[in-house]
Design a protein around this ligand. Structure first.
Ligand code: HAM
Length: 440
């Protein structure tokens, strides 16, 4: 490589998902699909790109996401497009666009998708990240809020990380009761503006609620002394919140009431929640969500309530690794086929295919390497068995089966070798599937 040629890399904060992590991804996706199907959810994929107003009108123009983290560009016809920074806005846009109001309500959707935020990259914080998201649109009942949390908890249990998180819970009321509270907050902060960070000084007028969850030390101290929302919660909001808590207790989920939890997106009403790491707390939450009863209307649909949550897959994987969770590796190769000579290579082509058809994960060295080089490669694949075929074996219609761990080998008649290999690998370990009956 020429010295002046810069090594090509992924953009900052954006990562490849390498094969080992894909095993975690696959495992997580299986758990999510299984649990979601059991609960009647159906999968949706919204586009990676939406018109920018889809996010402006939902997440809120004064949020960090919209004001500084979106990947926005103008297309060739001058329309502003944005890479989706989260999944709820697209799901709601799709609900309205496709008339899902006509379906039995509530409509229960889930997605497993990449998202993009121009965030400050650090451990667990990326510019492209994957989320599992769940949305229940069309009905407002505390039982649905709890169903969301319960489902997330099922995921955590299946993934072996449930005891690493706490559930932080708050109720931020309806838009109406919040208006009074916002007024009280603005009054409280009056005269204290100079002690606030720049972002909070700006937010004080546009979105005072966000001052409560600022992570800057001075802002946090002031937030702790600020008026509490429970004095402004309407009777209805309070009753809703009480029922959510009762239902959580009913299903055995512990929660911590956190009256400073407001979330970083503007569409929430009533219940909001986050799943915090027991050690790092609010830093890099593994997931969060809440109710968004005004969002469908705000985006041009009929008034329709909704609730949902999303989990960060990279953060889940970090927790699974930290908890020592090993996921089954389905990528391990069973058989390595080594060959020497044109005739042997020819015979290998169908042999390899037959093994694969029977569910044996087979890699063939079909290049030009010497037998020694091929066996070294077989070692690197860490296969339990190697099949060896040279000119002599072709002539004698046999194949050598080598047990790599024991270092012993024997000749098996060519027409029996596939059955023999299947026996060695064990039927339960085969990678078979019947098209039409694939287990996703
Ligand atoms: P969120 O709290 O912005 O909520 O994101 C949910 C989760 O996505 C976070 O808890 C985190 O695990 C992951 N995440 C967010 N940003 C990053 C990042 N820069 N790097 C790595 N992981 C990240 C939402 O997105 C809402 N749409 C959730 C929701 C669904 N509310 C109702 N329905």
């Amino acid at each position: 490589m020429a010295d002046d040629m810069q090594k090509l890399q992924t953009p900052q904060g954006i990562h490849d998902i390498l094969p080992r992590d894909h095993e975690y991804f696959t495992f997580i996706k299986k758990v999510v699909r299984h649990r979601c199907r059991q609960a009647g959810f159906r999968r949706i994929t919204t586009p990676i790109l939406e018109y920018t107003e889809v996010f402006d009108r939902s997440i809120g123009e004064d949020t960090d996401i919209v004001s500084k983290e979106m990947y926005t560009f103008t297309d060739r016809s001058g329309r502003s497009l944005t890479l989706k920074p989260e999944g709820t806005a697209g799901a709601v846009r799709s609900y309205i666009q496709h008339g899902m109001k006509e379906l039995p309500q509530p409509v229960e959707l889930y997605y497993i998708e990449p998202h993009f935020r121009y965030d400050r990259p650090q451990k667990g914080r990326y510019r492209m990240f994957w989320q599992i998201g769940v949305e229940i649109i069309g009905e407002s009942d505390p039982a649905l809020d709890v169903q969301c949390i319960f489902l997330a908890w099922k995921f955590f249990k299946d993934l072996g990380v449930a005891d690493r998180f706490t559930l932080q819970l708050n109720n931020i009321g309806s838009q109406k009761s919040r208006a009074k509270y916002k007024e009280a907050l603005v009054n409280y902060y009056m005269g204290k503006e100079r002690n606030l960070c720049e972002d909070c000084q700006r937010r004080l007028q546009s979105n005072p609620l966000r001052l409560l969850d600022c992570k800057i030390e001075d802002c946090r101290i002031l937030a702790q002394l600020a008026p509490k929302f429970d004095q402004y919660r309407s009777e209805e909001d309070a009753a809703f919140h009480k029922t959510v808590k009762e239902f959580l207790t009913e299903v055995g989920i512990e929660y911590t009431e956190n009256d400073q939890l407001v979330r970083g997106l503007d569409y929430y009403t009533q219940t909001v929640f986050e799943f915090w790491d027991k050690e790092t707390h609010g830093q890099n939450a593994v997931g969060g969500g809440g109710r968004y009863d005004g969002l469908v209307e705000q985006m041009g649909g009929e008034p329709t309530p909704g609730v949902g949550f999303a989990l960060g897959i990279e953060r889940l994987i970090m927790h699974m690794k930290a908890a020592g969770v090993i996921v089954p590796s389905k990528d391990e190769v069973h058989i390595f086929v080594a060959q020497l000579g044109d005739e042997a290579k020819k015979k290998c082509l169908l042999l390899i295919d037959e093994l694969r058809e029977r569910g044996v994960r087979t890699v063939g060295a079909l290049g030009k390497g010497s037998m020694k080089a091929q066996l070294r490669l077989a070692d690197k694949f860490a296969v339990p068995y190697c099949l060896i075929l040279g000119a002599t074996e072709v002539r004698e219609k046999v194949i050598i089966v080598r047990d790599m761990a024991k270092g012993v080998q024997r000749a098996v008649p060519m027409n029996k070798v596939v059955d023999e290999v299947v026996k060695l690998i064990g039927k339960e370990n085969l990678d078979t599937y019947t098209p039409g009956e694939i287990s996703f």
